[in-house]
Write a protein that binds this ligand. Structure first.
Ligand SMILES: NC(=O)c1ccc[n+]([C@@H]2O[C@H](COP(=O)([O-])OP(=O)(O)OC[C@H]3O[C@@H](n4cnc5c(N)ncnc54)[C@H](OP(=O)(O)O)[C@@H]3O)[C@@H](O)[C@H]2O)c1
Length: 163
């Protein structure tokens, strides 16, 4: 399975504030749904619990990382993961329980950081301007090459591929 992070980050590398997104870009939310639908999404428990997201994300297999697995309500579309690095390293062992051919890493900060060495690509929404924030996307630019860019008024979609 291809491992791709999908993230919206601003010019100060901010991705979140107080447990939610610092902006509301409806086209980006729509694009996120379209791209991830039918595949697997890998996330931290805080992102899973975010009040503005359905739980689990419908139409996708959800892998939720937590140190307290008993807190995640069992669901047929959810795999609970207590060792994210081992999971990423041995992804092929889990493929029968996953869905689609893309393993989308959808955040937040903790999960992006630990996934970075395993990623094939980064699908970045680059949000113009700087926003107050408390969660950030790690530096990745030295290891990935920008291969595609679509520019809009408030943001740009960028595709990065590992060098
Ligand atoms: N802009 C974007 O594209 C984007 C995307 C996603 C999220 N966000 C934002 O990011 C923020 C949330 O990010 P976050 O970094 O605070 O939280 P997060 O990565 O979503 O979740 C963190 C949780 O993951 C679990 N976890 C982390 N490391 C682990 C490990 N080694 N082993 C097992 N479980 C582990 C822990 O869950 P337990 O506490 O249950 O043990 C930890 O509390 C929100 O503001 C959200 O809106 C932004």
């Amino acid at each position: 399975m291809k491992k791709i992070a999908i993230v919206a980050m601003d010019e100060g590398r901010v991705i979140g504030v107080d447990g939610h997104l610092p902006w509301d870009i409806s086209e980006d939310k729509k694009r996120f749904k379209e791209l991830t639908r039918g595949h697997t999404v890998f996330m931290g428990r805080k992102s899973y619990d975010a009040p503005d997201m359905p739980k689990p994300l419908p139409g996708r297999h959800n892998v939720v990382c937590t140190r307290s697995p008993e807190k995640i309500e069992p669901h047929k579309s959810v795999t609970v993961c207590t060792d994210p690095e081992a999971f990423l390293r041995d992804l092929s062992k889990h493929e029968s329980e996953l869905r689609g051919d893309i393993f989308w890493v959808i955040g937040g900060e903790d999960i992006y950081r630990m996934s970075l060495p395993f990623l094939d690509e980064i699908n970045l929404t680059y949000v113009y301007g700087k926003h107050p924030g408390d969660t950030f996307f790690p530096e990745f630019e030295n290891d990935f090459e920008l291969t595609e860019e679509e520019k809009y008024d408030t943001h740009a979609y960028r595709r990065y591929v590992r060098k």
